[in-house]
Design a protein around this ligand. Structure first.
Ligand code: CTP
Length: 405
């Protein structure tokens, strides 16, 4: 619950995408944040303040000179209250004002007075977006440390299509989370996480894979981001959205995953191998679909061992890479088998889970793991959500990294 209790000012400016800000408000509230909404006068022509007021259960601030019962000067109060400000949608006009440092309404005054992170979700016609004036303004904001999310390509209010649609509220929420995490304990550290299964082709339509969903690895990537790290996520094929702010490297086979990992660890402080690479691949891959007439009633496939990525990492380990974490998916002798793997693969920590349990391991949202360290310390964690396992594990990784200084 990273966003729980966080104080967010949601600034809404005058664009057709203002309706998306209503959903963003709901997402922020669902995540447990406290939200104060500031609208520009123009925004009130698109969505009524009453909508935001009813949903946020707080007065919506619009007028700079309105007298507030419990606030001396509204913009100063908001600027000091907020942990983050998010402007969604942000019109070209408001972006230009921010770039100039204008303070001509409650929202721009608040931003100018604030020291917290500011997230900007631009929304405008594509010509306005590609206009050099806007491009320069955005560049200025970026240089000053503003977080810019989107815009995306798609249908625009004019009926045309192009770059200029406001990013989806989920992405804006992800960006707020990212912006709030940047001064975490792992600030400046680089963490590589692998996730998901791999796929080893037999022919153009068939492949060998396994039941890994990628949930554990994606939760770990998010936890590392939440602690402030720069995160590279090397992922096999999964049905999950990458957390906002990761550098995603999408791979399919073990060979591709190995290459991506060996590249990524060159500048990394920690590697968490949560992926489930397929251990065997077909010795022979067929360029065309194999027809049943060719194989008959039985089809014997010869499988060959895939390389072990962690062993390759142990051999090529750059001196900066201080922490190596592996997982052990077992169905029997959990601790004994995991300890053997930890030693064989030269790991600092291994997370063992019994994949035969119904509430842990592949595909489900919870996990029950045993954490084993290099000195043989064994800790059994209770049944937790994968997010909780991920945060606990990343905190251990952070301890190891910080202690290593
Ligand atoms: N792993 C790896 N390369 C592979 C297979 C697995 O780096 N080709 C990593 C996994 O990401 C995990 C750890 O090794 O962190 C253990 O994976 P697991 O499948 O439990 O063990 P294996 O080494 O494959 O041994 P076995 O299947 O015999 O239990």
């Amino acid at each position: 619950m990273f966003l729980k209790g966080k104080r967010i000012v949601l600034g809404v400016t005058g664009g057709i995408a203002a309706y998306k800000a209503v959903y963003l408000l709901r997402l922020l509230q669902k995540a447990g944040s406290e939200v104060n909404v500031i609208m520009t006068e123009a925004a009130t022509h698109f969505v009524g303040p009453l909508t935001f007021q009813s949903l946020s259960r707080r007065p919506v601030a619009i007028d700079m000179f309105q007298l507030h019962k419990d606030m001396d000067i509204a913009h100063v109060s908001f600027a000091h209250w907020a942990d983050a400000i998010v402007i969604a949608p942000a019109t070209a006009n408001t972006i230009a004002k921010l770039a100039m440092g204008l303070a001509d309404n409650l929202l721009t005054s608040t931003v100018l007075d604030a020291t917290c992170p500011v997230v900007v979700a631009p929304a405008m016609e594509s010509n306005m977006w590609s206009n050099p004036a806007t491009a320069e303004n955005i560049e200025r904001l970026r240089r000053r440390g503003f977080f810019i999310v989107g815009p995306e390509a798609g249908e625009l209010a004019s009926g045309g299509a192009g770059l200029g649609r406001m990013a989806e509220p989920e992405a804006v929420l992800g960006c707020v989370r990212y912006a709030l995490s940047r001064d975490g304990v792992l600030r400046g550290r680089s963490v590589v996480v692998t996730a998901g299964p791999t796929r080893e082709a037999i022919d153009p339509v068939r492949f060998i894979s396994n039941r890994s969903s990628g949930k554990m690895g994606y939760a770990l990537a998010q936890a590392a981001l939440d602690l402030g790290a720069d995160v590279t996520l090397v992922s096999g094929p999964v049905h999950l959205a990458a957390p906002y702010g990761v550098q995603l490297v999408a791979v399919e086979t073990v060979a591709q995953m190995q290459q991506a990992v060996l590249e990524a660890i060159q500048a990394a402080d920690a590697l968490i191998m949560a992926a489930a690479p397929v251990d065997y691949r077909a010795e022979h891959t067929y360029p065309q679909k194999v027809k049943k007439e060719e194989t008959g009633d039985t089809w014997q496939l010869r499988l060959v061992r895939n390389p072990d990525i962690l062993s390759a990492v142990a051999l090529a380990r750059p001196s900066r890479l201080k922490v190596l974490v592996g997982f052990a998916a077992e169905t029997e002798e959990l601790v004994a088998n995991a300890l053997l793997k930890l030693e064989r693969k030269g790991l600092d920590l291994i997370v063992a889970n019994d994949v035969s349990a119904r509430d842990a391991g592949f595909g489900v949202d919870t996990n029950r793991v045993v954490l084993i360290d290099r000195r043989g310390g064994v800790e059994s964690w209770p049944l937790l959500s994968k997010e909780e396992v991920a945060m606990r594990l990343m905190q251990r990784v952070a301890e190891l990294l910080l202690r290593g200084e």
